[in-house]
Design a protein around this ligand. Structure first.
Ligand code: F6R
Length: 366
């Protein structure tokens, strides 16, 4: 049942190109630069009538939400707020009939996310869910659903569910942008072309597996890791840190690279590996100089950069080169080395990768 892999988690990591193809299947209207989301149940008029989006989730799904904020604000020019479900439901959120509330949940059963949705509905918001499990509670109670179609995820640490949530967010962004007239046909086509390339780019990124397996043994003694990224890739730094924490039990923190100088830089020494997400793109120079600051203070840098970036490779202790092919989908491709690093460190430490201590696959308690 693990298909020849040692753990479900590794199987699910390698399944990702297939999972993404399934998320995209039947939904692309490439000519029109638009997408068809069969269970969204929101008309163009309804999408035009909203004045804000609030995305609510927990854990890894919350990291996907943070990428979603970026995508929607960039392409649709609608203000997006992102909230952790257990925070949202215990304050007095500004939500009304003009709000679109999006819930992201792999299981569709997370108690806090479900309760947050009920609260949002009570306040009159339209609710759309991004779920993996068909007919789950959140999917059933939402006004509309975008299913991720990743297939069952057995490993407790979310991998393929996360990347397909990201794909679902790209698709939703296209639909929202097109319906509100904020995205041209050409812009829609360009974003579709970018997501269509994802499975092939992922196949390429998965070739890092052997390199990551070999280097993992150099980091087993570390007590703490720092993960740095900027912009759309900052949530991937958070996700990389969460993956490492939950399966290897090594303490890790994700930070926006620009925040380092406001505190965490004091932590840097030769004992703390720092994972720096520095692919080509808008924030490249800024992150590059953040990386140099880490190195200048004796930090050990594991850089994740674009293929052929010899400048980064010559500075970092390790460079993991990914195919970026345009920065638009970088968060998705960067997720793969994050998963592989956490996986191999954990396997070498001998932890129960698929069933980490104290964790459950779906958190149905509040
Ligand atoms: C981390 C992980 C958890 C879940 C969180 C939300 O790998 O799996 O952080 O993401 O418990 O679960 P769902 O998405 O089912 O609501």
């Amino acid at each position: 049942e693990k298909g020849g892999y040692k753990h479900f988690m590794l199987k699910e990591i390698f399944e990702q190109p297939r999972a993404v193809r399934d998320t995209l299947a039947g939904r692309l209207r490439e000519e029109e630069g638009d997408v068809y989301l069969e269970d969204l149940h929101l008309s163009d008029e309804q999408l035009q009538g909203i004045d804000r989006v609030t995305i609510i989730a927990c854990g890894t799904s919350w990291h996907a939400a943070l990428v979603g904020k970026f995508l929607i604000e960039e392409h649709c020019r609608v203000p997006v707020e992102v909230d952790i479900a257990s925070e949202f439901r215990y304050r007095n959120p500004v939500i009304d009939e003009k709000s679109l509330v999006m819930l992201i949940s792999q299981s569709g059963e997370t108690a806090d996310t479900l309760a947050a949705m009920r609260e949002a509905k009570r306040r009159g918001a339209k609710c759309v869910a991004i779920c993996n499990v068909v007919d789950s509670s959140i999917a059933r109670e939402a006004d509309g659903v975008v299913y991720t179609h990743a297939g069952p995820e057995i490993g407790v640490a979310s991998t393929k569910a996360f990347v397909t949530q990201l794909i679902a967010l790209y698709l939703f962004t296209i639909r929202l942008g097109r319906s509100r007239g904020m995205m041209t046909v050409d812009a829609g086509r360009a974003l579709i072309a970018a997501v269509v390339r994802v499975p092939a780019l992922m196949e390429e990124a998965l070739k890092l597996n052997e390199q990551v397996e070999k280097l993992a043994r150099n980091y087993l003694q570390a007590r703490d890791f720092l993960y740095l990224g900027r912009g759309m890739n900052y949530p991937i730094a958070l996700e990389g840190a969460l993956k490492l924490k939950e399966i290897s039990y090594i303490h890790a923190e994700g930070y926006p690279a620009g925040e380092m100088k406001h505190g965490p830089i004091a932590l840097i020494d030769e004992h703390m590996p720092v994972v720096v997400l520095v692919p080509q793109g808008a924030n490249y120079e800024k992150v590059f100089s953040n990386m140099e600051e880490v190195i200048a203070r004796g930090g050990r840098v594991i850089a994740v950069c674009s293929q052929g970036d010899s400048e980064v490779a010559s500075k970092a202790e390790v460079a993991l080169e990914i195919p970026t092919d345009g920065e638009e989908v970088a968060p998705i491709i960067l997720s793969i080395p994050m998963q592989l690093l956490a996986y191999h460190v954990a396997v070498l430490k001998g932890t129960d990768v698929d069933q980490p201590r104290n964790l459950a696959k779906s958190v149905t308690v509040e």
